[in-house]
Design a protein around this ligand. Structure first.
Ligand SMILES: [Zn+2]
Length: 240
């Protein structure tokens, strides 16, 4: 059975007005990025970091899925059980578009996580007030559910699983800066990369100049404008 691995990133949600703070240089909406995205910052000032994620959570409340989110949600439905969608995005726009099986590699804004039992629970867009209690174990020490620099990302286990199980790899709107897509692309005979601009490889061990050279197909468009081209390849692959 043919299966598809999708890896999506910030470029997918950019057209919905969600910007990424990981690649801003230093300051983002008045916050020190290294403080709010690192375990060190978290240890030093939990209130500051909590306030940052409270604001991020509130700002996604009125954001709407774009055309790409909708096409990807339909793709999951069309080939139910045959799509492994791994996203680096912490927003819920794929779910708002109807997707049900997305794996959030870097966590989710709309959940909190218990520091005792590590289970998550839904809070929607509400701010964390400090009065939350874990519904699973009753512990009162809870935190935002976004993976920070310097801590483990347990969902990364699904990357290797997807490489094993799938035979088409689609990379959408990810710069390759956080998760290197080249070794993933190399593991696939069939692959698609969607990016409005060509991204240079960074490792001195990469004999090629651009990341897209490692892919079978390069659709040089924004995610929302690339979906029809992508679906033509996907349908041909799945039904061929
Ligand atoms: Zn718990």
């Amino acid at each position: 059975m043919k299966k598809i691995m999708i890896l999506s990133g910030a470029g997918l949600s950019a057209e919905s007005g969600i910007s990424t703070f990981r690649d801003s240089d230093g300051l983002w909406e008045g916050y020190d990025v290294m403080k709010v995205c690192s375990t060190q910052g978290w240890i030093e000032d939990r209130a500051y970091v909590t306030s940052f994620y409270n604001e991020r959570r509130a700002t996604i409340a009125d954001k709407e899925p774009n055309h790409a989110h909708k096409v990807l949600a339909n793709l999951e439905k069309k080939y139910r059980g045959r799509v492994m969608h791994l996203t680096q995005n912490v927003d819920n726009l794929l779910e708002k578009a109807g997707a049900k099986e997305v794996i959030h590699l870097h966590g989710t804004l709309t959940d909190l996580r218990c520091e005792a039992c590590t289970q998550t629970f839904h809070v929607g867009y509400a701010p964390q007030t400090g009065n939350e209690v874990c519904p699973h174990c009753g512990n009162k020490r809870v935190r935002h559910n976004v993976v920070m620099f310097g801590e483990a990302a347990p969902e990364y286990v699904h990357i290797q699983q997807a490489i094993k199980e799938c035979s088409l790899f689609i990379s959408i709107g990810t710069s390759g800066a956080v998760i290197d897509v080249i070794p993933i692309a190399k593991a696939f005979k069939h692959s698609i990369i969607i990016d409005p601009k060509r991204q240079k490889t960074v490792s001195m061990y990469d004999p090629k100049t651009y990341i897209d050279e490692y892919f079978e197909h390069f659709i040089q468009k924004k995610a929302g404008e690339a979906m029809e081209d992508m679906m033509a390849i996907v349908d041909g692959f799945m039904e061929g």
